[in-house]
Design a protein around this ligand. Structure first.
Ligand SMILES: *[C@@H]1O[C@H](CO)[C@@H](O)[C@H](O)[C@H]1NC(C)=O
Ligand SMILES: *[C@@H]1O[C@H](CO)[C@@H](O)[C@H](O)[C@H]1NC(C)=O
Ligand SMILES: *[C@@H]1O[C@H](CO)[C@@H](O)[C@H](O)[C@H]1NC(C)=O
Ligand SMILES: *[C@@H]1O[C@H](CO)[C@@H](O)[C@H](O)[C@H]1NC(C)=O
Ligand SMILES: *[C@@H]1O[C@H](CO)[C@@H](O)[C@H](O)[C@H]1NC(C)=O
Ligand SMILES: *[C@@H]1O[C@H](CO)[C@@H](O)[C@H](O)[C@H]1NC(C)=O
Ligand SMILES: *[C@@H]1O[C@H](CO)[C@@H](O)[C@H](O)[C@H]1NC(C)=O
Ligand SMILES: *[C@@H]1O[C@H](CO)[C@@H](O)[C@H](O)[C@H]1NC(C)=O
Ligand SMILES: *[C@@H]1O[C@H](CO)[C@@H](O)[C@H](O)[C@H]1NC(C)=O
Ligand SMILES: *[C@@H]1O[C@H](CO)[C@@H](O)[C@H](O)[C@H]1NC(C)=O
Length: 608
């Protein structure tokens, strides 16, 4: 155990030190190593229960790590005015009294990590005007109180990761005008501490990891206009970014990895025109769409590792003229076409390993550039076709290339002309099977040359067959099937003729009518995708409706005649009993037969 300093011995020791500069002896030696050349006192791993007294005043570094310290008293280190670095990590500190570090006016670095602090009172860090780095990581701190760091105006880096933070008070960071770097990893925060962070106007780098947030709200980082590097990672519930969440930022580096984003947040990112580094790895992102990243003019690196990527659309990186590194290891990409890039000439590093790549003509550009490109020791590997399965891109020789990395032009197999005839109301299938390498995609165009989709009454099935349900006369015409792949297109035209029923034999209860109605209700004024169906009723339906209307008109006229005939009969009877020479018009018009009544009236009058 350390013994209190004997001041005379210290004095003599100091004199000795001053004059001769020999190795140290004295109280320090009893418990700590004193390394005079380094001006360091090393009390690491000495099973100390309290801070030893008599530590030399001129020491610049004091290492108290791996001891059993539980509390730090008020003014514990007073007198150590020369101290620049104090390390209290790996102890059992639960209490640090207010002003414990008072007097350490030259201290630059204070480390209190891996202790058991649950709370740090306001005033603990009083009297530390020069501290640049404060490390309070790996404690059990629950809250940051208002003004906690107020008396550390020089603080540049605050390392507060691995705590149990559930709340950061709005003014917790007040006074930290020089803070440049803040790490808040593994907190139990469920909200971004927007208000508290708005005080950190000098912040350059901010790291958030393992937070329980589900979304980044609008204006999350306002006031942080000097922030250049934002890293948000391991937030498994974070699945969206509000459109204005990153507004106010001017980042050069952004990491949003190990979260639950299902697509690239194009809109929230688009104002980051100085962004050079973007890491969206380990998010369930399945595709990169074309032409949506072009605003990120200066982007140089994109990392999208382990993201379930299936497809990078042509033109995805259009506009990115400085793009030099693409890291897409461990995805599900079958290919990466040259057309996705603005220019492959700027590309230096390409990581495509861990993807089920099809080594056909679409990847020939990588082979051609394999000497200029760096694969960082992990060249891509072919997964198909079978003859090159498992071979690495670096292993191919120049002479092999014309026989490998080739595509087979798409070719429609059902070549014989199809002439399909059907009756109205039936369902017909138009076949189009194609072959090629890579597997061709099949599209169908209607007789009016609009693209048919996978939904609607006339739709393209997943196997390329066109299905026309409840065929109607106006569906007749020439349908065009196009099979296309990277090597070329092939097409055939299929004729469909639909024969209409005469209107009298129409099966009115049939699905044709039901379909017509459901079509009207489901697809409001539909044009475009259902180009084949310009109007919800076909001509035939209209004819029937008009015919039926006309028939009912005729029958009502006939009923009127019958009614008037009976009425005129009754007129005759009246004549026998009384002399009536005038028929009141109003009683007749009550029959509802307007004009006909007038004629009858005249006739009646003649009888009289
Ligand atoms: C301080 O002491 C510990 C334990 O004795 C030792 O492991 C460590 O290397 C020392 N540090 C320096 C800088 O000498
Ligand atoms: C913080 O989260 C961790 C893991 O999610 C959990 O074990 C711990 O109990 C939480 N702490 C508090 C204070 O909620
Ligand atoms: C974010 O701001 C935009 C534009 O002001 C607004 O349309 C959107 O609804 C806001 N989102 C949220 C989550 O508040
Ligand atoms: C991630 O998002 C998907 C839906 O997009 C959801 O089913 C899943 O539960 C989410 N994961 C977590 C950890 O919240
Ligand atoms: C954004 O950052 C870039 C590079 O860090 C800098 O050149 C530019 O002036 C900044 N723009 C604004 C508006 O602060
Ligand atoms: C690509 O990402 C992986 C995983 O994050 C990383 O290990 C590797 O260093 C990255 N490669 C390059 C060239 O940055
Ligand atoms: C395509 O699928 C439909 C329905 O699933 C089937 O009737 C048709 O025969 C298939 N066409 C071909 C060419 O296999
Ligand atoms: C194949 O068709 C697509 C459109 O379907 C077109 O963009 C492409 O240029 C065509 N390719 C060839 C080789 O004709
Ligand atoms: C009329 O349509 C119904 C329903 O689809 C069908 O069951 C019936 O066979 C059809 N009758 C005639 C004569 O086509
Ligand atoms: C319908 O057609 C009009 C004019 O032809 C066009 O402007 C509009 O975009 C179309 N709507 C859809 C959904 O395709």
């Amino acid at each position: 155990m350390c013994v209190a300093a004997d001041w005379r011995r210290v004095y003599w020791w100091l004199v000795l030190q001053w004059v001769v500069g020999v190795a140290l002896a004295g109280p320090c030696a009893q418990c700590c190593d004193c390394l005079p050349k380094l001006l360091m006192v090393n009390c690491s791993s000495r099973q100390l229960n309290s801070v030893p007294e008599g530590i030399l005043e001129y020491a610049q570094m004091l290492n108290l790590t791996y001891n059993h310290l539980k509390t730090l008293m008020k003014w514990q280190f007073s007198g150590l005015t020369q101290l620049r670095e104090l390390d209290l990590s790996d102890n059992m500190l639960t209490i640090i009294e207010v002003e414990a570090f008072f007097g350490l006016q030259n201290l630059l670095t204070l480390r209190v990590s891996r202790n058991r602090l649950k709370i740090i009172s306001v005033g603990v860090f009083a009297g530390l005007p020069n501290v640049r780095l404060l490390d309070i990581s790996e404690n059990e701190i629950l809250v940051f109180l208002d003004d906690m760091f107020r008396e550390m105006p020089s603080l540049q880096k605050l390392e507060a990761s691995e705590n149990d933070l559930v709340f950061i008070s709005n003014r917790a960071f007040s006074g930290l005008i020089n803070l440049q770097e803040l790490n808040l990893n593994r907190c139990n925060l469920t909200l971004v501490p927007v208000e508290a962070m708005s005080q950190l106007t000098g912040l350059l780098q901010l790291r958030f990891c393992r937070m329980g947030i589900t979304t980044l709200p609008n204006n999350s980082f306002r006031q942080l206009s000097r922030l250049r590097d934002l890293r948000v990672s391991h937030c498994p519930w974070l699945d969206s970014l509000a459109i204005n969440s990153l507004i106010g930022l001017n980042l050069t580096s952004l990491t949003l990895s190990h979260c639950n984003l299902s697509s690239i947040p194009y809109s929230p990112l688009h104002h980051l025109v100085y962004l050079r580094y973007l890491d969206l790895s380990y998010n369930p992102i399945t595709s990169i769409q074309s032409n949506l990243l072009g605003d990120l003019l200066r982007l140089q690196e994109l990392h999208l590792v382990g993201a379930n990527l299936l497809r990078v659309e042509p033109g995805a990186f259009r506009g990115l003229a400085f793009f030099r590194l693409l890291n897409m290891s461990s995805n599900r990409l079958v290919t990466l076409e040259e057309s996705v890039f603005h220019s492959v000439a700027t590309l230096e590093v390409l990581r495509l390993d861990g993807n089920p790549l099809a080594c056909d003509c679409r990847l020939l550009w990588v082979m051609r550039r394999r000497l200029q490109l760096r694969f960082e020791g992990q060249p891509p590997t072919c997964a198909s076709p079978v003859q090159v399965q498992g071979r690495r891109f670096g292993d191919f020789t120049e002479v092999e290339l014309p026989w490998l990395f080739i595509c087979r032009h798409s070719r429609i197999l059902t070549r014989k002309p199809q002439d399909v005839r059907t009756d109205e109301g039936h369902t017909v299938l138009l076949f189009c099977e194609a072959d090629g390498d890579p597997e061709p995609s099949i599209t169908w165009l209607s007789p009016k040359r609009s693209l048919l989709t996978g939904s609607g009454r006339i739709r393209v099935l997943s196997n390329g067959t066109l299905e026309v349900r409840y065929a109607q006369v106006q569906d007749s015409g020439y349908y065009l099937c196009i099979a296309s792949n990277a090597a070329g297109n092939d097409s055939i035209s299929v004729s469909l003729r639909v024969r209409g029923f005469p209107s009298s034999t129409r099966n009115r209860s049939g699905p044709f009518f039901l379909e017509g109605w459901s079509f009207v209700s489901g697809q409001a004024p539909g044009n475009g995708s259902h180009g084949s169906q310009p109007f919800p009723f076909d001509v035939k339906t209209l004819v029937i409706a008009v015919t039926m209307g006309f028939l009912s008109f005729l029958s009502s006229v006939a009923i009127c005649f019958i009614f008037m005939f009976l009425w005129s009969q009754s007129k005759g009877q009246i004549k026998h009993t009384a002399t009536i020479d005038f028929v009141p018009r109003s009683s007749a018009s009550a029959g509802g037969c307007g004009r006909t009544t007038m004629e009858t009236g005249r006739f009646t009058m003649k009888l009289v």
